[in-house]
Design a protein around this ligand. Structure first.
Ligand code: DLL
Length: 432
């Protein structure tokens, strides 16, 4: 069950690890400030020189980097190497304004594959596996990153990409897929399509799900594990920093191990930027230690989690962060109350008869915000009397109010009537 891809680093003594980080940090800071005008300027403005950062504790003095730096430097402004040294570019799935563009040297691709190899091994993939990658092969980082990691461990990769869900299932059956790699919402969609097509997961070879790229609760994990007969683990990353492979769960599913020999992770207060202690939830901030093409210094992810340095029973010594359930910018403020879509998911998944497909509509009625949660119910529910449905709506409204502290109107909708997603799910439509 427990296997570690790179024991030397993943189980390194923490004092030794800090020594390595400190050495690599010096190099990374110098590299970025010497080669990227954006860092040179921001350091000059802050009156800071690389030699002022003598230890890991000094990192706090380094100015933050945000997504704006990528947007303003579009497309190649943050590259620290000439384009002839870049062998690949990717860009974020960003839906608003300019995308963020990142580049990789040959060395970066090598590191990326190594870190994804660690992640897929921790999640349970092995050399004998047949891995179906159902992330989109395109500008996003998910498919290419995990593909490389799976190849590196010696698994056989099927680059199925997203879409054509019936074909995904046919491939799964005919090719003997043992590992499914996708967003959790696409996996749910595949599970549902399987039921429609009369596929039983008992007849398939599937045993591992490597999921990530969007928030998902443990309740959804249990649902996927039960429906597909798999062990499902969470993988985290963002294209600005590298893509998948930054952190991932081991089979104990108790936090995501950060590849700390290549990244320093910090947690800061999203409002003040102040560094928070172990165990306190805040915004994850990453500094790359070995990246060549696009080094990032104190990159603010917008993702909320806390970090623990307690060693894990799997033997890995790297810091672990909690599952990312929310982003600083997906918080909805409804009648003055802060609400995250993941809180809604948590409540809904605890109600029997509710399917894991929902959408939140927010609008303004007069001066008041109105939140409507559309929820699909199990097909077996539908022929029942209207009265039961109304009661059911009321019951969920009460539960939501209890947990969120704000009342939402619940609208039950027909099975399969909400949009399905082959990539990241879109849970909230805010019309205000
Ligand atoms: O989603 C990279 C990735 C691909 C990670 C495949 C894991 C697997 P971006 O498209 O740049 O990169 O989106 C990054 O997605 O800041 C988070 O808000 C969110 N995200 C990524 N992984 C997770 C996760 C990829 N495991 C943004 N849990 C990040 C929750 C996640 N949110």
């Amino acid at each position: 069950m427990n296997q570690i891809w790179n024991r030397e680093y993943e189980t390194m003594d923490r004092d030794e690890l800090r020594g390595l980080q400190s050495k690599r940090l010096q190099m990374s800071l110098r590299w970025a400030v010497a080669n990227v005008p954006f860092y040179r300027d921001s350091w000059e403005k802050a009156g800071l020189k690389p030699q002022d950062i003598r230890s890991l504790d000094d990192l706090e003095k380094v100015p933050f980097t945000t997504k704006d730096a990528f947007k303003e430097s579009y497309p190649y402004g943050l590259f620290a190497v000439p384009l002839e040294r870049v062998v690949r570019v990717h860009s974020s799935t960003g839906t608003t304004s300019r995308p963020t563009v990142v580049g990789y040297t040959r060395g970066d691709l090598n590191t990326w594959a190594e870190l994804c190899a660690r992640g897929v091994t921790a999640g349970g993939a092995r050399p004998h596996d047949v891995a179906q990658v159902a992330f989109g092969y395109g500008m996003q980082t998910g498919a290419f990153g995990l593909h490389a990691g799976l190849e590196r461990i010696g698994a056989m990769v099927i680059p199925a990409s997203t879409g054509n869900t019936r074909r995904q299932l046919t491939i799964m059956r005919d090719y003997g897929t043992t590992v499914l790699v996708s967003t959790p919402s696409y996996a749910l969609y595949i599970a549902e399509a399987a039921a429609d097509m009369g596929f039983s997961f008992d007849d398939l070879e599937l045993r591992v799900g490597l999921f990530g790229a969007e928030p998902w609760t443990n309740a959804v994990r249990e649902e996927l594990e039960r429906r597909m007969g798999i062990s499902a683990t969470d993988n985290y990353g963002l294209s600005e920093v590298m893509g998948p492979g930054m952190s991932g769960e081991c089979y104990l599913k108790d936090g995501l191990h950060v590849n700390e020999d290549h990244f320093i992770v910090e947690v800061v207060d999203p409002e003040t930027g102040e560094k928070l202690p172990e165990g306190k939830e805040g915004e994850l901030v990453f500094t790359s230690l070995t990246k060549e093409a696009v080094p990032v210094l104190r990159y603010r992810t917008g993702d909320l989690a806390s970090v623990s340095y307690r060693p894990c029973a799997c033997g890995r010594t790297f810091a672990r962060h909690t599952k990312v359930y929310a982003r600083t910018d997906d918080m909805m403020i409804v009648r003055g109350v802060n609400v995250f879509p993941s809180q809604v998911e948590e409540v809904l998944m605890a109600v029997e008869g509710v399917e894991p497909h929902f959408q939140i509509l927010i609008d303004r009625r007069g001066a008041l915000d109105e939140m409507v949660v559309q929820i699909e119910v199990e097909p077996s529910f539908f022929p029942d009397a209207m009265r039961r449905l109304v009661e059911f709506e009321r019951q969920i409204e009460d539960r939501l109010q209890e947990d969120l502290g704000v009342r939402a109107r619940v609208k039950l909708v027909e099975p399969k009537s909400l949009p399905r997603h082959t990539g990241k799910a879109r849970r909230v439509i805010d019309k205000r």
